[in-house]
Design a protein around this ligand. Structure first.
Ligand SMILES: *Cc1c(COP(=O)(O)O)cnc(C)c1O
Length: 233
């Protein structure tokens, strides 16, 4: 049952926190519900889950209408600039900011709605060709460039680690992102906090927590395998 899987993920989060000497309160679970029907989201909701992650604008707007209003929606996927306006007043956080132009569009659309949008900067730590995100050494200059945008609140960093058989292989990736966040905090940039490190998915969230993750994005571990007949952006 979905509630059991959710409880199992929560228990694993607790155990990882314990191993790392961290408080489970410091790790937020984003239930990644992309491609899954609203009936399953409702099951998770009834089991207490309130934060859901989606990677497509259309899916967020559809599900937004059908789910209770106290759900927090996180946009975790690649975001096209012309679609920002459809979700700007529906999402609690955008995890995937990776270009100045996208940041500018979010700034403009947020200003129109009088919103301050919490964002994360997506980092392609392992520099995989297939992935979006800035390289590690591009992140600080990028943040310096957008930190003055008054309708953005830079809350931290996000990464999608490589797909690996053994999650231990991603430990170094998580360490690098954590170190970058510490280096950025030390710069004391106005309007920039690094309180959120969004890293860790079903295969590697436990290692990610050991390395300092404050937000894990778990899909398969809660909702089961996805059917990829539905194409991703
Ligand atoms: C799909 C997705 C996830 C969840 O992946 P699982 O392996 O199913 O846990 C997490 N983050 C992002 C950005 C995703 O697109």
């Amino acid at each position: 049952m979905l509630a059991d899987k959710l409880a199992c993920v929560q228990k694993n989060i607790q155990d990882s926190c314990e191993r790392a000497g961290r408080s489970p309160k410091d790790v937020t679970l984003v239930a990644v519900s992309k491609t899954k029907p609203v009936s399953m989201l409702k099951e998770a909701y009834d089991a207490g889950q309130r934060i859901f992650g989606e990677n497509k604008v259309q899916e967020i707007t559809d599900k937004y209408e059908q789910m209770p209003s106290d759900v927090q929606w996180h946009m975790i996927g690649h975001l096209q600039r012309n679609k920002v306006k459809y979700i700007i007043d529906k999402v609690a956080m955008i995890h995937s900011v990776d270009s100045i132009r996208l940041a500018e569009t979010i700034e403009q659309e947020a200003a129109k709605k009088n919103i301050i949008m919490p964002i994360l900067i997506e980092v392609n730590v392992a520099e995989e060709e297939s992935k979006f995100g800035l390289k590690l050494d591009e992140v600080l200059p990028f943040i310096q460039q957008i930190s003055s945008f008054s309708h953005l609140k830079i809350k931290g960093l996000m990464t999608i680690a490589p797909f690996v058989d053994d999650p231990q292989e991603n430990r170094e990736v998580f360490r690098k992102l954590k170190k970058l966040s510490v280096d950025i905090v030390a710069k004391n940039i106005n309007n920039v906090s690094m309180s959120v490190l969004s890293m860790g998915m079903t295969n590697d969230y436990q290692v990610a927590i050991e390395e300092g993750s404050t937000m894990v994005r778990v899909g398969t571990g809660i909702f089961g395998e996805r059917n990829y007949d539905i194409k991703e952006d």
